[in-house]
Design a protein around this ligand. Structure first.
Ligand code: ASP
Length: 438
């Protein structure tokens, strides 16, 4: 009765319907914005009473399963790998991949921003206007930044005091840690005692996957509603005001997917980048419309298995960790934004300071939560490190949603490429495992 993502049911394929939802939602949203205007009461009413609830129900259906999914996937992944050394090797490869691609992404961002120099196209009046318009929102972000510092406590916090509470607080790292320890313990107890627990976890996993299929039936409508909500309310005047900045970020994101990741997909994974991207499009569209790597995790797990044929025991282990640790797009965005805002405030960074921006972009991309705007507080933190006023974030806040949608899509693309590459390097997957297009 349920439709797997990309499977051909009667009539149109699910991912075609989702794509249609995206295109129609964007078209309808932009059209109403530009004709009726974002402030019109009828648009507000449609957003409040139709688009908002439909979009939120879809999002919540996905979020609802994230915590059990992460726990079951990681525990089963570790238990399935069998011995701790193998877990260490697979985990090490995954983290290595996350780090290398994120460093490449951040470096690319810095090269692109220093080439385009978008700050030269923003007038002092625009700067003042944006600062005035978003100063209230910005000061909230600056406060949030003050509480999100890195330190010894960050490390301690990875170990949850109470795993149920960690799940309730959507503390992804805490749940991942508990899943890792749980899975490791399962491999060390007597097999006849471990078996019933593994069976329960497998059943839990199957149930969760089934729930994801329910959620994905809603996806075309949910995606339509989320995109309509953003587009109909978006300040397109802002987009024009700092178009050079937006174009710089989008160009760098595009180059990362079109060059860096495509190179990896073609030569290290052995697939055509176009095939890869088209197979995972349900996850990419979900990332684009939700702006959240965490909310996209259920869909990503589904497509990586059903559309690419990557075994669940590897994907189920690599993807949940990747969704919180591997954020290529976020690193690009952070590096570019720090330089852009710094220059607007006449803070000229030296080459060595740029290198520190790159390193900090990588660290904070790893630390950012996979939720909409998850990187903003950390970004404010980097800005203040270089004497750039945190409130300067106001300049980019108005266009952040569009950039967030785009960078999250790149983040998820990176996560899925990581899972596929790790599976290949472990000899658990070959390109011929990709199922026939259905
Ligand atoms: N929204 C991003 C994600 O979930 C995080 C961020 O860059 O704000 O991947």
């Amino acid at each position: 009765m349920s439709e797997s993502i990309g499977s051909s049911g009667p009539g149109m394929k699910l991912h075609t319907k989702i794509l249609l939802g995206l295109a129609l939602g964007a078209a309808a949203g932009v059209l109403t914005n530009l004709t009726v205007g974002p402030e019109h009461p009828a648009i507000a009413a449609i957003n409040d009473y139709v688009a908002y609830p439909v979009g939120q129900i879809f999002l919540r259906m996905l979020f609802m399963v994230v915590m059990p999914l992460v726990f079951a996937s990681i525990a089963l992944g570790v238990a399935g790998l069998g011995d701790i050394r193998k877990v260490g090797r697979v985990g090490g490869k995954a983290v290595g991949y996350f780090m290398v691609t994120t460093v490449m992404a951040a470096t690319l961002g810095l090269i692109v921003v220093n080439t385009i120099r978008p700050w030269e196209r923003v007038s002092p009046e625009t700067r003042e206007e944006l600062m005035a318009r978003f100063s209230k929102d910005a000061s909230g972000r600056v406060e949030a930044a003050a509480t999100s510092e890195f330190g010894v406590q960050t490390l301690v916090n990875i170990v949850p005091r109470n795993p149920i509470q960690a799940a309730a607080n959507t503390d992804m790292l805490g749940v991942i840690f508990f899943g890792l320890v749980f899975g490791a313990a399962l491999t060390l107890i007597a097999p006849e005692r471990a078996k019933p627990m593994v069976d329960v976890l497998e059943a839990l996993n199957d149930v969760v996957v089934q729930i994801i299929h329910f959620a994905m039936i809603l996806a075309p409508f949910g995606v339509f509603a989320l995109i309509f909500g953003v587009a109909s309310r978006f300040g397109f005047d802002l987009l024009v005001a700092i178009a050079a900045f937006v174009i710089t970020v989008l160009l760098a994101l595009l180059l990362h997917v079109g060059v860096t990741l495509s190179f990896i997909i073609r030569f290290l994974i052995g697939l055509s980048p176009l095939t890869f991207l088209s197979r995972i499009k349900a996850a990419l569209i979900t990332a684009f419309s939700t702006s959240s790597s965490s909310a996209t995790l259920p869909t990503a797990l589904d497509v990586v298995e059903s559309q690419l044929g990557v075994p669940r025991r590897i994907a189920g282990f690599v993807l949940p960790i990747g969704s919180t640790m591997c954020m290529n797009g976020t690193a690009i965005f952070e590096g570019i934004t720090v330089i852009f805002v710094a220059e607007i405030f006449n803070v000229d960074l030296s080459l060595s300071q740029m290198v520190i921006v790159m390193i900090m972009s990588v660290i904070t991309a790893i630390g950012a939560a996979g939720v909409p705007g998850g990187s903003i507080p950390l970004l404010v933190g980097i800005m203040t490190m270089f004497g750039v006023p945190g409130e300067g974030i106001a300049i980019v806040l108005g266009v952040d949603r569009i950039l967030d949608m785009s960078r999250t899509t790149v983040n998820v693309c990176g996560d899925i490429s990581a899972a596929t590459w790790v599976a290949k390097s472990e000899g658990a997957w070959v390109p011929a495992d990709v199922p026939e297009a259905g």
